[in-house]
Write a protein that binds this ligand. Structure first.
Ligand SMILES: *Cc1c(COP(=O)(O)O)cnc(C)c1O
Length: 390
């Protein structure tokens, strides 16, 4: 069976690193996109067991799903809700709202006033990303919005970096300063802004001073970093498949669709039950961003194509090259000179977001002698009061 396996020990390791580096800042686990493909419910449950009390998602369905699966902590919607039915549902499920504009605040206030339930919200500020939020210059509008939200408690304020991975660090400094300025202006105007958060994994690791009151971490939990790892993060998941057949091809034989590969010698091949259906060789375009096509940007793209790593598979401790084009459900390894058997386990490193959600997610057992529980911070978050649905 082909499956995505998640290693709890590695997750505990990564969680410990994040907690240690976060120091006194709270850790908000971003579990959008089906927890980056790891399976929302199982992954969030595991994080909760590991002491995480704050979660964030970008889709209301995921927020509701988390709550219904028994997550007790705070669940923050990172995106705005304008629709009355959505707001109604979110408030009943004690989801923390994001307020991105005055209209968004008005819509939330209308429903909050009707429901008469405690409602928490974070103010979302656009300090430069160009995606969601009050422009940081619009302080009068922000203040007006907070004041009209009489039935909503502002428990946080946040923004998001667009250039945490850029070589030029000026982008981060610019946004960070704008964010602090808007926070200070609001505070000076007598607005209680709650927890301030702007850093995600890359900015938190590269610019630790940006951690403020909370950090929003997604890829860090997975050990998938966009910068060199100085801390000891571990990859937490891999795709596992099996060798479904082994035989030997003569020299000059085709391998795979499209006549893209011909054996240059007598070649022993292993057919493996995994392909692009399972997310292999499916990648986001990671050609370095460029504003327009210039000779330099085209050269960069070409270099990226040429230096791209070929897909390999691990069997035991050995890496085998994938030859020929990979298929939907199968690929071919060149295992010449090795004696492997049909049924043997093969693993691939993979970004789980590309693994079709119908593929089983298998979580390894939690090892109880781990040191994690010793390092869990004392409970500092007050749980929301229990609600009566009217
Ligand atoms: C995805 C996301 C994060 C988490 O980013 P990582 O780089 O995966 O840690 C944080 N904040 C917002 C607003 C996001 O959309």
């Amino acid at each position: 069976m082909t499956s995505l396996t998640i290693n709890n020990e590695a997750l505990v390791n990564n969680t410990n690193i994040i907690k240690k580096l976060s120091d006194t800042s709270e850790v908000i686990a971003v579990v959008k996109g089906n927890a980056y493909g790891l399976g929302l419910r199982s992954f969030a449950k595991l994080l909760e067991q590991n002491g995480i009390r704050y979660f964030a998602v970008t889709d209301l369905n995921e927020a509701i799903d988390l709550r219904e699966s028994g997550i007790k902590g705070e669940i923050l919607m990172l995106t705005p809700l304008y629709n009355d039915a959505d707001l109604h549902q979110a408030i009943i499920q004690r989801i923390t709202l994001s307020i991105t504009s005055k209209a968004c605040g008005v819509a939330a206030e209308n429903i909050a006033a009707k429901l008469r339930l405690p409602v928490h919200a974070h103010l979302c500020i656009d300090t430069g990303f160009g995606r969601y939020g009050f422009l940081d210059s619009k302080t009068a509008e922000i203040i007006e919005t907070v004041q009209l939200m009489e039935h909503i408690q502002t428990t946080g304020i946040f923004s998001h970096f667009y250039g945490a991975g850029c070589k030029d660090t000026k982008h981060v400094y610019k946004q960070y300063n704008r964010f602090l300025t808007v926070c200070d202006t609001l505070t000076n105007a007598g607005i209680s802004i709650g927890m301030r958060h702007i850093a995600a994994t890359t900015s938190f690791l590269r610019f630790p001073f940006t951690k403020l009151d909370a950090i929003r971490i997604g890829s860090g939990f997975l050990g998938r970093l966009a910068l060199a790892d100085k801390w000891g993060f571990m990859p937490i998941c891999k795709l596992e498949a099996n060798i479904s057949d082994i035989y030997t091809l003569p020299k000059g034989h085709n391998v795979g669709y499209g006549n893209g590969y011909t054996t240059s010698r007598t070649t022993t091949i292993a057919v493996v039950s995994a392909g692009y259906y399972h997310g292999l060789s499916v990648e986001r375009q990671t050609i370095p961003y460029s504003r327009r096509f210039t000779p330099i940007s085209m050269l960069r793209a070409l270099k990226h194509q040429i230096t791209r790593k070929e897909l390999t598979a691990t069997v035991g401790t050995h890496q085998f090259p994938v030859i020929g084009k990979i298929g939907m459900n199968s690929l071919i390894l060149d295992i010449t000179g090795y004696s492997l058997s049909v049924g043997e386990k093969v693993t691939f490193s993979i970004n789980p977001i590309y693994v079709n959600s119908s593929i089983p997610r298998i979580y390894s057992e939690y090892c109880s002698n781990s040191t994690l529980y010793n390092s869990v911070k004392e409970e500092t978050t007050e749980e929301f009061p229990l609600l009566k649905v009217i």
